[in-house]
Design a protein. Structure first.
Length: 161
């Protein structure tokens, strides 16, 4: 038993020496989504020729919060959205806000009505708007990151038609 501990100080010394001469690792920067409000995001997407991704949510929606927590924090989802989309958060239940498209102004309810074409889709719903074509499609409900990546790919493919 004595022999076993005889070498411990040398091993500890070696480890400490290696740590002293090993350059510190730089932490990998965390990539995040930058969410925009409607007015700023819409103008940015038009200017840059990107697809508008609208996350329609409410403060009371549990599935919306789950999608924020699980899907919109996925590195692959973030990378794809940052490259191809302008992400916009939109809560149609917020009062006293005016949204603009060109020279026209809309209330939250009017904008929601336009996005849904008068049909309630529930929350969360993700809308994909193509400003160049003035078209949109949407996906209602919670989507996990795998499903959402597939949806993002379809949205990108549609923009290239």
């Amino acid at each position: 038993m004595k022999n076993r501990f005889k070498y411990a100080p040398l091993g500890l010394t070696l480890v400490l020496m290696l740590m002293a001469f090993t350059p510190p690792q730089k932490p990998t920067p965390k990539v995040e989504l930058t969410w925009y409000g409607w007015n700023e995001g819409y103008a940015k997407a038009v200017k840059e020729g990107k697809i508008i991704l609208v996350d329609a949510y409410t403060d009371w929606c549990g599935w919306c919060k789950k999608m924020d927590r699980d899907t919109y924090t996925n590195a692959d989802v973030i990378k794809k959205i940052n490259a191809q989309f302008v992400p916009i958060k939109f809560n149609p239940e917020i009062k006293d806000v005016t949204y603009t498209i060109g020279d026209k102004s809309f209330s939250p309810q009017e904008l929601y009505y336009m996005l849904t074409n008068g049909n309630s889709t529930g929350y969360p719903t993700t809308y994909f708007i193509y400003p160049k074509k003035m078209t949109l499609f949407y996906e209602a409900g919670y989507k996990d990151s795998t499903s959402f990546n597939t949806i993002l790919d379809a949205a990108i493919a549609e923009s290239q038609k």
